[in-house]
Every structure is written in C-alpha cells, then in structure tokens.
Design a protein around this ligand. Sequence first.
Ligand code: MEV
Length: 291
Amino acid sequence: MLDRGMGCSHGKIILMGEHSVVYGYSAIALPLLGIEAICRIQPASQVLTFDFEDSLSTAIFAALSSLNQLEAKISFKVASKVPQKRGMGSSAAVSIAAIRAVYAYFEESLSEETLEQLVHQAEKIAHSNPSGLDAKTCLSDTPIKFSRDTGFDRLEVALDAYLVIADSGIQGHTREAVNKVARFEETNRPHLVTLGRLAEQAEAAIQLHQSREVGRLMNLAHKELMAIGVSLPFVDELVQEARVAGALGAKMSGGGLGGCVIALAANLEDARVIREKLFEKGAQQIWIEKV
Ligand code: MEV
C-alpha cells in the first residue's frame, strides 16, 4: 500500500445520439482531454461512510469492495475541471478517477473491463439506465462511435472545423431526462429512431470530412431532442443564437433539461464570433475544440 494514490480522467461531449443510445442506436462522442478530473486518496483515522445516492461515493465503495478493503482507513479529495451536471461527463470522469486512485493506493492493477464494471455501478446512481457511452468516452483518448449492443469503435474526426461548447448555466438532469424519455417511450420511439439514423449519417459525413453536412444533421438532431422533451427554452435560444451567429449547425448535448449547447463553426474566427454571441446571450462558460 502506498501513502498516496492518484487517478485521473477527463470530460466528454456527445456530438450525436444522446438518448437514442440508451435504446441501442449508435452515438458519436468526443473526449475532452484538456478538461481533467483528478482524485487523490490518502490515509485517514477513520473508515469511510458511504452515500449510495451519490455516484462518487458509490464508485469508491465499489472499488474498495472489489479489493476487499472496505475497512481501510482512507480519505479522498477530488479536483475536477469538468463542470458538474452539464452533460460533460462529470459523474463518469470523477468516478473513473476515484476508482483508479483507489487501485493505485493499494498498488493493484486495474483492467479496463473491471474499471468499466465498477464505473457502471456508479453511473447507475447518476443516470438510472446508463448506456455506457459517457464512461467509454471518458476512458478514450480519441472520438468514438458507440453502441450499447456492439460496443465502440475509434472514429477519426478531421473536419478542419471547431466545436463551440457552451454551458447554459442551467444544471442538467440526466437521470430525470432519461426517465422522462422512458415514460413516453412509445410516443418517443420514432424520434429515437431518427436520432439514431442522424448519428449514422453524421458518422458517414465525418468520414467524408463534410463539416457542413455534420452541421445540418446537428440541427435536425436538436429538433428531435426538443420533440422528446429534453431541451429547455433557454437552451433552444442559445442554439438559435449560435445558428444566427454563423454556426454550420447547433444542438443541445448530453442528458439535457439544462446543460450544454454545441455549435459547429467552419473556422476559428467564426467560432470566436459564436462564442462572443453566446456569452452575450447568457452562456456561463465556453470551450472551443478543434474537430
Ligand atoms: C448522457 O450523457 C447521455 C444519455 O444518452 C444517457 C446515456 O447514454 O446513458 C442521455
């Protein structure tokens, strides 16, 4: 056992296919390697108590329990740049960092498979019925195409464009949004099918480096996400503002009912103009990623 254990991970953003991915359709997501979450474990005078309504606490419990170390006297600290409840993978990133930190502390090797199983336990608290997309993207260093049934493939994204990621400042509610979609599954099914199809088309457009087409598909996806009731009026306003400011396309991203908007810009200059307009409109934090 070391006198310290540390684990890291990073955030993510979903380009296409949120919600429909829960129903087996494919999705495309990008890791945000520069937006990190770090967890540190150190010795303490008491054993931990756990809150099973909290995904981080559940992740630590799952990791300690898998190592038969529930009686270990430790404490943990998390430093995360991934904003919470914004559809940027905060719960998955923090859980991955924590599980890695626990294993590092006990000098145990951690397979990708075990890590995914443990994260899944924690993500069930955050998401109720997690597809596994968030965890997989927070574990990946490249964009991925993901399907619940067939797993994931690395995806080369070279659109020579920029993704503007804007935090609406409104906390998202993934768990509630996933449950809301499930409650009206029958009515929502055609929209979920379309969202899945749009993600497939976006993959084809990405492979052909057609950024304009990806933007068009993002616009269509946002319409479907509105139809299943996971967007909010202010999020729709930000999406509209990004389009008026010159985005090739824009949509909400992640679980929704708040959270982030993403807009595709043809070049860095356009991305900066979109950023400016979204800040003026009330976005809280904005990141620009080359895609
Ligand atoms: C949440 O980031 C993405 C959802 O599709 C849920 C999931 O995939 O588990 C809404």
